[in-house]
Design a protein around this ligand. Structure first.
Ligand SMILES: Cc1ncc(COP(=O)(O)O)c(C=O)c1O
Length: 402
């Protein structure tokens, strides 16, 4: 990336430049969007040689715009390779259906993002894959489970940190050490953090999963997912899971948007983190609050681990009011700046109440259930990039009316 210098560029420089040279793209400074579903070759032999190297013959598995994004994400996470997918859930499904087979087992943390929870508890068992929920808050809980299973049966240990929606922190290094001793690989869904503040591979994880929809794109205008790991694992996921199991390709337009979002990821995360800490401190001291979880509050049970494995906080927090379930609803209805919406990681502050949504969904989906560890009073807040004084005022006004 640099002429003559041996200096390794910093995160921000790599987030803007890595994997792209204008000389390869008609001197365009911004990566072009290759809107094509297939590629033409000079000769049959030429097509054969590209196919032999698992190269670009069809856009389900390869697109030049997406390839720039994949190279950049792998670099920023400190992995060898990356495959981008159509959504975070496409990444979850493609990963698990590529790496697990009938008779295998996977350990998951007791609390997961609601649709990953559904995949684990309702999806995988239908294919003869055993799912073992374990409270990984104490990594020692893994030992008994791994000891009780036949050698090699548990293929993966899968968790999020910070956890959605509780903002709980799990100790990547301690879990990875135990999983590796039993021959299992570790998958960390790092969506709540982004590589600007946490890089799980540096702490012993084997595979990192992202919903690109959230912080990495950061502008709430696309869906995407990514998996980052060693070359062999990514080749397997691309060549089986993406090619013929899910076919869940990221569109080149979405790849372009994520490349644009990545350029400001670190700048955004700095402001997200500072805004979130100010809000968490206000909430912690507020008389109407029963509890607050934000890893960068000194009082948070995950604080010491968070300081070890994250450079600073993202902007995800969870809290409960003394007025419980009804109080959460009343407070949310009093907000004017913070939007009542389910996503996270956007410039806009977004707030959601999982229990209200789950109970409403039961009318059409009777199997809808709150993930383990998610209490009825829990409110999840994704703090955005607005002026923090406006966000504090919005929350204080809404709390005052409860
Ligand atoms: C932690 C986590 N993982 C995965 C996903 C799924 O991502 P997507 O909505 O892009 O499918 C989400 C979505 O909220 C999430 O929060």
């Amino acid at each position: 990336m640099s002429k003559g210098s041996n200096r390794r560029p910093g995160f921000q420089t790599r987030a803007i430049h890595f994997g792209f040279d204008p000389a390869d793209h008609q001197r365009a400074v911004t990566p072009p969007i290759y809107m094509t579903s297939t590629f033409a070759f000079e000769s049959v032999e030429d097509a054969e040689s590209v196919a032999e190297q698992a190269g670009a013959t069809y856009a389900r598995e390869h697109n030049p715009t997406t390839a720039i994004l994949e190279a950049r994400l792998a670099e920023l996470e400190g992995g060898e390779a990356c495959v981008a997918l159509a959504s975070g859930m496409a990444a979850v499904g493609t990963l698990l259906l590529s790496l697990l087979s009938q008779g295998d087992a996977v350990v998951v943390h007791a609390t997961l993002y609601s649709n990953s929870f559904a995949m684990a508890h309702d999806g995988l068992p239908r294919f003869g894959i055993q799912v073992i929920p374990v409270d990984l808050a104490d990594p020692a809980n893994l030992d008994a489970v791994l000891d009780a299973m036949p050698d090699g049966r548990v293929k993966l240990v899968y968790f999020e940190t910070p956890v959605n929606p509780t903002a709980q922190i799990l100790d990547i290094a301690a879990i990875a050490a135990r999983a590796h001793a039993a021959g299992a690989r570790v998958v960390v869904d790092s969506t709540f953090a982004s590589p600007a503040v946490q890089r799980p591979l540096e702490h012993g994880a084997d595979i990192v999963l992202h919903s690109l929809t959230k912080y990495i794109n950061g502008h709430g205008d696309m869906l995407g997912g990514a998996l980052i790991a060693d070359r062999e694992t990514i080749a397997r996921i691309r060549g089986t899971g993406l090619r013929y199991i899910t076919g869940a390709t990221l569109s080149p337009m979405a790849a372009f948007l994520v490349l644009r979002g990545l350029k400001t990821l670190k700048l955004r995360m700095d402001v997200h983190g500072a805004n979130a800490l100010a809000i968490a401190r206000m909430l912690e001291a507020h008389p109407k609050l029963a509890w607050v979880r934000y890893p960068f509050l000194e009082s948070d049970p995950g604080h010491a681990i968070a300081r070890r494995q994250m450079s600073h906080g993202s902007a995800m927090m969870a809290f409960g009011l003394k007025a419980g379930f009804e109080g959460a609803r009343r407070m949310m209805n009093g907000l004017a700046v913070i939007a009542r919406a389910v996503s996270l990681g956007d410039a806009e502050s977004l707030i959601m109440h999982p229990a209200s949504l789950t109970y409403a969904r039961r009318r059409t989906r009777p199997d809808a259930k709150l993930a383990t560890g998610v209490s009825e009073d829990l409110v999840r807040l994704s703090v955005g990039l607005e002026d923090v004084a406006d966000l504090l005022d919005d929350l204080e006004t809404a709390l005052g009316a409860v």
